[in-house]
Design a protein around this ligand. Sequence first.
Ligand code: SF4
Ligand code: SF4
Length: 245
Amino acid sequence: MRFQNLPDMYKRLELKDTFQFSCRKDLRCFGSCCRNRELTLTPYDVYRLKTNLQMHSDDFLAEHTRYRLESTSGFPLISIKLGSEPEKICPFLKADGCSVYEDRPTVCRLFPLARVSGFEQNSKSHDEFFYTLSTPECLGRREERTLTVLQWLEEQGLEPFRAENDKMLHLLFHRQHDRGRALTEHQLQKIFVSLYNLDVFRKFVFETNLIETFSVDSQEQSRIAENDLELLHLGFSYLRADLFT
Ligand code: SF4
Ligand code: SF4
């Protein structure tokens, strides 16, 4: 059994498959993909955005995100807090386009595609595929340019996002994770702090015995102290070892 079934209306796309799309600023729809849609953020997305905005994680999360539990996994799902009804515009959309373009999140880079990635049930075999979203407002879908999924991923600089986002799979598909049982408040708090609130996690790392528990040597300690991505990697290792014990 596959980890997620696609509704029949969507066609599974592999990296070599093609789709039709081209986005231009002079299209009438410009910016309509940046409003009124769920803009989910992965831990890596949050790291990129808060670094771009030079904000403390606490402030970034409070100001720009909202939070709910994902129905299948029970894990926290963070997304961008949109502006008020009825437009519900992404706060990063400005008159000339995306103000955080270099660090825009995974969902924005993929659009008009979506990506599904996971492990087959009861095995370690990784599966990844893509599908085109239903986007009637997007005139770019009517443009003549045909490209492969792989070309699109390369153009959009998605390689580090794919690799970093897949680190989450080791938690979502952890052999001790019982999907029939809700995560406790304590587990949710651990996920939230270790993966999304890096500035608070750094404090936790250096004020508890976590460094000793993970035998982090002094060179690694300096890297973690200065580099949020190294810290995020430690967060994943910590959760893999500790979340379900
Ligand atoms: S073509 Fe599609 S992706 Fe480009 S601006 Fe229009 S709605 Fe957005
Ligand atoms: S982050 Fe940028 S690309 Fe993504 S929805 Fe907001 S303005 Fe659009």
